[in-house]
Design a protein around this ligand. Structure first.
Ligand SMILES: Nc1ncnc2c1ncn2[C@@H]1O[C@H](COP(=O)(O)OP(=O)(O)OP(=O)(O)O)[C@@H](O)[C@H]1O
Length: 294
């Protein structure tokens, strides 16, 4: 007999309690060890507030009790080495991956208790995004707008605006499957923007994107933040995060190592130097002596 998947809305509520599985190996955690409940007056809620977020894949603890507050109206960078848990944390924070433990509030709304209302506030560019690539670029953005319940006229106007702003107008009628990696990233970003969300969560938005397009995207995002929106970007490019973001969190081994304004976190150093200090793990390359040609 076919097994009916359980609708997400009807899943039992998440446990807020401490996880039953063993704690991850000790890491230099600067964040509070015990999750503190979010406390904020109505109207001043952070755009995103996560408490005690945990996720384990088999024996691997990918996210080990993350607490994070992203102020409304901020441009927030999330940085960390490969495998740090950024994508896993962002997936749980945006309703794409169910946490084992913990809570997620979007503008004060419990996302996992109210997934439909919560997701209306969100625009998401997931990592390794899989799109309906047998649609053209214009069709894909239109589809995203209609899926969000927008009227056809507004969708058509905004689709044209987004294609123009992201330099994709000439390829509006090309199938997405025939787009380059950078074009695919841009069309996915356009699909995340069409409903003018309150909070944009972008996993590696600049990966594979050329410098001119990256500058255009930065301008779009700066304008969005200036008008009251909140952006969270994950990136490996420290220089970009230092220039572009006003807040940053450094994640490694599933823990938040430091979080705050960019100036607080970098503490007088460049963000890159501070990142290397915090995360450590520089490898010696002596073992690769065979690779040297002379
Ligand atoms: N679906 C999965 N099944 C098993 N392990 C997973 C899964 N997703 C992530 N992991 C593991 O969880 C850890 C965190 O992965 P995650 O993708 O969140 O890291 P990341 O910080 O986004 O890394 P990167 O910067 O390389 O993209 C890694 O050790 C990864 O191997």
């Amino acid at each position: 007999m076919a097994h009916e998947p359980e609708p997400r809305d009807q899943l039992p509520p998440l446990a807020d309690a401490a996880p039953a599985y063993p704690a991850a190996p000790a890491a230099p955690v600067l964040a509070p060890a015990t999750p503190t409940p979010p406390t904020h007056a109505a109207g001043t809620a952070p755009a995103l507030s996560v408490r005690g977020l945990w996720k384990k894949f088999g024996e691997k603890i990918a996210v080990a009790g993350i607490d994070l507050d992203v102020p409304a109206g901020s441009f927030y960078g999330l940085v960390g080495p490969n495998g740090a848990g950024k994508t896993t944390a962002l997936s749980m924070a945006t309703g794409l991956l169910r946490p084992d433990f913990g809570s997620v509030h979007v503008h004060g709304l419990d996302l996992w208790a109210n997934p439909l209302e919560g997701k209306r506030l969100l625009g998401i560019l997931p990592d390794g995004v899989r799109l309906f690539d047998r649609l053209t670029g214009a069709q894909l953005i239109t589809y995203a707008g209609l899926l969000r319940g927008m009227d056809r006229e507004t969708v058509a106007e905004r689709t044209a605006d987004l294609l123009e702003a992201l330099g994709l107008a000439a390829d509006a009628n090309t199938f997405v499957v025939d787009y380059s990696a950078g074009m695919t990233k841009k069309i996915a970003l356009a699909s995340a923007l069409i409903h003018a969300p309150n909070l944009l969560v972008l996993d590696e938005p600049f990966e594979a994107v050329d410098p001119v397009s990256a500058a255009n995207i930065r301008e779009i995002l700066n304008g969005y933040v200036a008008s009251g929106g909140t952006v969270i970007v994950s990136s490996h490019v420290m220089d970009l995060v230092q220039r572009m973001c006003d807040h940053v969190a450094v994640i490694a081994g599933g823990h938040v190592l430091a979080a705050g304004t960019v100036d607080e976190v970098r503490a007088g150093q460049s963000l890159e130097d501070r990142f290397v200090d915090l995360v450590g793990g520089r490898q010696t390359t002596e073992g690769l002596s065979w690779l040297r040609t002379s």
